[in-house]
Design a protein around this ligand. Structure first.
Ligand code: ADP
Ligand code: MG
Length: 282
């Protein structure tokens, strides 16, 4: 078992030299790291095993899941290079994305409809690619969307949130997870839910945030927030075009059965404005 060692001023983990912290999430800390054999810079995500819901009985599921994630190869999904483990921690060696979180860009102010359309098309292309392979994100939010040097979107954490999840024989996921503001109403209802539908709800919240500069559902009181989500209580700001409002309303449909699908999004007028082709790898 390899535990981080020291070399000069920096820590070592096997062949990786660990540098500064890139970010923190609910489960993990992510470090800048360098592969000493190849010189390649990577992002190293470290998860404490005790923070994973998975018991040892689920370990084979986790391993199967990781082997699927390693096969994901899409221009808008952060590449997973390698997974390493010690007794207490799991290390995900990932493609390094240099531009930071999309969240930071939105925090500076809302984006134009053209800029957000470009990003949203990349997001849907990544989401559609994974869904067609039976992989769901379930924690889509601007903090998990990174932007590279050229302003392209890269989704991180894809599939990882399912590691602690239970999938029943009906194919519905049953763990309450995800971030409240982006969580779909059917999750709050604690019924089983469809991973594809909840991802599209979150895409609706993201599309709203990009164009509004604030959340569609927000309340300092958690129960009040849940009630707003459950009832689909939100209002699009007046500066949004009617086409954009329509798409947001189709995504934030509280009924998962009538909510817009990826295939329908590809035919949406706002989504296609100014574009003649589908996004890459649709
Ligand atoms: P968690 O599962 O705990 O939410 P994330 O995988 O989302 O952890 O990572 C936490 C933060 O680390 C992200 O919000 C982002 O700021 C940063 N980060 C994650 N992956 C990368 C990456 N591949 N390149 C650069 N920064 C990253
Ligand atoms: Mg995250």
């Amino acid at each position: 078992e390899v535990e981080p060692g020291r070399r000069g001023g920096s820590s070592l983990f096997g062949k990786y030299e660990i540098g500064r912290v890139l970010g923190c999430g609910a489960f993990a800390k992510v470090y800048h790291a360098r592969n000493l054999h190849t010189g390649q810079s990577v992002a190293l995500k470290v998860i404490q095993k005790k923070r994973l819901a998975s018991s040892s009985a689920l370990l084979s599921n986790v391993k199967r899941e990781i082997s699927i994630l390693r096969l994901l190869d899409h221009p808008h999904i952060v590449r997973l290079h390698e997974v390493l483990a010690t007794r207490t921690k799991i290390y995900f060696v990932m493609e390094l994305v240099k531009g930071g979180e999309l969240f930071a860009r939105v925090a500076k102010g809302r984006l134009s409809e053209d800029v957000s359309r470009g990003l949203f098309r990349q997001l849907i292309s990544a989401v559609g690619y994974c869904h067609s392979r039976g992989i769901f994100h379930r924690d889509l939010k601007p903090e998990n969307l990174l932007v590279d040097d050229s302003g392209n979107l890269k989704v991180t954490d894809f599939g990882l949130s399912a590691l602690g999840a239970q999938v029943r024989s009906d194919g519905l996921l049953h763990t309450l997870c995800g971030t409240p503001a982006y969580v779909a109403p059917e999750i709050l209802a604690k019924r089983g839910y469809d991973g594809a539908k909840v991802d599209l709800w979150s895409c609706g919240v993201i599309l709203f945030v990009l164009n509004a500069g604030y959340l569609p559902f927000n309340d300092p009181n958690l129960m009040a927030l849940y009630r707003k989500i459950y009832n689909g209580e939100f209002r699009c700001p007046k500066w949004m075009s009617p086409e954009l409002k329509r798409l947001i309303n189709r995504l934030l449909d509280t009924n998962p059965d009538t909510r817009i699908t990826v295939h329908e999004i590809y035919r949406d007028p706002w989504f296609n404005k100014g574009h003649t082709k589908r996004p890459e790898d649709a």
